[in-house]
Write a protein that binds this ligand. Structure first.
Ligand code: GTP
Ligand code: MG
Length: 358
């Protein structure tokens, strides 16, 4: 199961109470106050861990508490601090705080090992020793510990891919990713075979690789929730470019140019995830660079279909790569083209280069 969003509750530990105590020793009359401070409560942190791939564990366990600080004791002993609690999440997790009527984005844990403090432990209360003054040498006052913070959080996972595959259902997106990488999504001759996103690493050689994402197909009206809707597009928000897969074989009975336009319209209508409108700072999906993979050329019986698509897209400066995911024809050229685009984009806008050698 692929879980891409989950709400959890975290509670940091309360601080320990300060102690009221007086020194009692033989031969030391009126030894003075010696109540120690309470320990601080444990804080809760989230950390991106490469050993964690999904948010699925949080579906079953949603409440987390860090331990409280121990109370202060006599003889000036400070209470032991509560241990911090660190929760591992997959890299690519965006953390929001859920407030009454809004979501506040507090962190983007894109980098492995990056972490964020989500609930601060309460301070320990001061013991009576701290309240001694020249006028009050025997204070009977100590503080309670402060409460640890309690937060409701939303964790949203956005896959970290360089390139996204988009297209209508059944055009061969999953076949393509399984040809280009080690990813093995289900492939079948019916629409909506793919129900969850898949990632694959495409390796051109030892130095050059990129991460490709296969997401469920889009259909006309996806923006109104038709098919699987637009929800999975949130996983493409961070990509640098899209490979738009179009089935050019006659088997579809559709016009490839019209297919291209349908998907572009749906992409353009996507304004950011339901839970993340406008906050990613990324290029809107409709404006991302695209190249087209004209797929199933092994089954192309009317060359005009491909030619018409090429003519039409030449006007928009979108390159068309005829390929067959089934036979492997044209895939080398497609891979190189994607790489060229990625490295050109990386130098043009200063974005980090696609992953190399990983
Ligand atoms: N002849 C031919 N068939 C292909 C080619 N690529 C994919 N297919 C077939 O097209 C059908 C759909 O392929 P998928 O890879 O599942 O398509 P998809 O785009 O991932 O579909 P959804 O996940 O439903 O959106 C399968 O029966 C594939 O075998 C190709 O290059 N040539
Ligand atoms: Mg598929």
């Amino acid at each position: 199961m692929f879980v891409d969003q989950v709400d959890i509750q975290v509670k940091a530990g309360d601080g320990g109470r300060g102690c009221v105590s007086f020194r009692r020793e033989k031969f030391v009359p009126r030894g003075g106050p010696d109540g120690g401070d309470g320990g601080r409560g444990g804080s809760v942190h989230l950390r991106a861990s490469v050993h964690c791939n999904t948010l699925v564990d949080y579906r079953f366990h949603r409440q987390f508490r860090a331990p409280r600080g121990a109370h202060g004791e006599g003889s000036s002993r400070t209470g032991r601090a509560g241990a911090d609690l660190t929760l591992d999440v997959p890299p690519g997790t965006i953390v929001y705080r859920l407030e009454e009527d809004r979501l506040v984005r507090i962190a983007d844990l894109a980098e492995p090992d990056s972490s964020v403090l989500v609930a601060r432990g309460g301070r320990g209360g001061r013991g009576n020793e701290r309240f001694r003054t020249s006028t009050n040498r025997a204070p009977r006052r100590a503080e309670p510990g402060a409460a640890g913070q309690e937060r409701r959080l939303r964790l949203a996972l956005k896959l970290l891919a360089d390139v996204g595959l988009v297209g209508l259902p059944n055009v061969g997106k999953s076949t393509l990713i399984s040809r280009l990488s080690a990813a093995r999504p289900k492939i079948a001759d019916y629409p909506f075979t793919t129900l969850t996103p898949h990632l694959g690493v495409v390796r051109l050689d030892d130095e050059r690789s990129f991460v490709l994402a296969d997401v469920p197909g889009l259909i006309e009206g996806a923006r109104e929730g038709h098919g699987l809707g637009l929800r999975f597009l949130s996983h493409l928000e961070r990509t640098k470019m899209l490979v738009h897969v179009i089935d050019v074989s006659s088997a579809t009975g559709r016009d490839p140019v019209a297919d291209f336009q349908v998907v572009c319209r749906e992409l353009a209508s996507y304004a950011g995830g339901e839970f993340d409108a406008g906050t990613t700072g990324n290029v809107p999906l409709g404006a991302k660079p695209q190249i087209v993979a004209a797929n199933k050329i092994d089954a192309l019986d009317d060359a005009d279909r491909l030619a018409a698509l090429q003519r039409r897209l030449a006007g928009r400066s979108i390159a068309v790569y005829p390929v067959s995911a089934a036979t492997g024809d044209g895939l080398g050229a497609l891979r190189e083209a994607v790489w060229q685009h990625l490295s050109a984009g990386a130098t043009a806008d200063g974005a980090p280069a696609p992953g190399t050698g990983t």
